[in-house]
Design a protein around this ligand. Sequence first.
Ligand SMILES: *Cc1c(COP(=O)(O)O)cnc(C)c1O
Length: 402
Amino acid sequence: MLLLEDCQRLASPLGPSQHALTRQPQSRRCSGALPAAAKVQKASTSTLQCRAQATITAEPSTSAKIDWDSLGFGITHHAPVMYEAQYVPGMGWQGNLRPYGNIEISPAAQVLNYGQSVFEGMKAQRSAKGRVVLFRPEENAARLQAGAGRLLMPEVPAETFALACMAVVAASRDYVPPMGKGSFYLRPLLLGTGPILGLGPAPSYTFLVFGAAVGSYFKTGKGSTVDLIVEEHFHRAAPGGMGGTKAAGNYSPVLLTQSAAKEKGYADVVYLDAKTDTLLEEVSSCNIFLVKGRHLKTPSLTGTILPGVTRKSIIELARAKGYTVEETDCPVTEAMEADEIFTVGTAVVLQAVGSLTYKGQRKQYTQGGKPGPVAAELYEDLTAIQQERAPDKFGWVREVPL
Ligand SMILES: *Cc1c(COP(=O)(O)O)cnc(C)c1O
């Protein structure tokens, strides 16, 4: 049973310690068929109203019949339901769960013509406590709001974001793989779907959350390494641009460079800063860390780098373990001298880099596809918290009520 308080707790930036986890009286429950169908509205008093709606025609969460051992990172095993909300100025957000499927869109939709689109990526996992949990979802809610601000779109309230994500996960619980076999990847999307001809913001918006059962992001999977190459021609982001936003427009420009790199046997490219062409920024869809002894470095958030939730978590985790961590310039020359390099992100988790190639020179960090000791240690610590195999001492894990 999904409780309104659970939604609010999940949406709260304060973390769980600020909220009593007591069961709420019946009258405050989202009654009826929740979580199979939930409707949330922002009332004028800014209190949340949670209503049940029996509009689901898809069979939510019947046995998913998925071979958990052969999961890749793809949409093949998408959940049968998704959340869809519409925003009309003056009326706010109105949404509910519906069967997974196509959305109808005007050819004049702003997003199709001018690209008003920001997204998020999160994972729901089964934990050692037998629960289904999300990792720091309030961070994703806040980042989506920041992205909305950058592209002049209406914000999705944190409570709506949390309720939508939890409702999709709860209605898709058979798609959450057994612990350690993968995860249920959630993809929230905010789109300017209203029609417009001249350049301007859309007159109306759509917020979607869909999800799929997924395995490892890179083909090589966990406990392995990837080979990366430094991109010397294209840049991912420029100062004053939108590199720090999970905007759709940041991702197709990387395809050309990525495919060229893949043809040469690299998993992905590392981008350099547009100003000096000497400093590492990040990979196409993950942040990067350099390791030298007990010292870690990662590029600072100057607007061109995506502020990853995993990046932030690894910084906090490593510091708590006694590493020094600096958010600072990371010259590519220093990377070529590092003990280890690894990339981090929700999709890749923590991926050790086997080698980095720059100007025809290849620096090999580890041999035989084996992650370095620091990457292996931090991977284990992070996933232990995410899967509740270790105490959640930072208060990062949020239970999805089923
Ligand atoms: C999503 C993303 C990341 C990682 O962010 P997380 O919140 O850790 O998933 C890093 N870089 C880019 C470019 C991204 O799109």
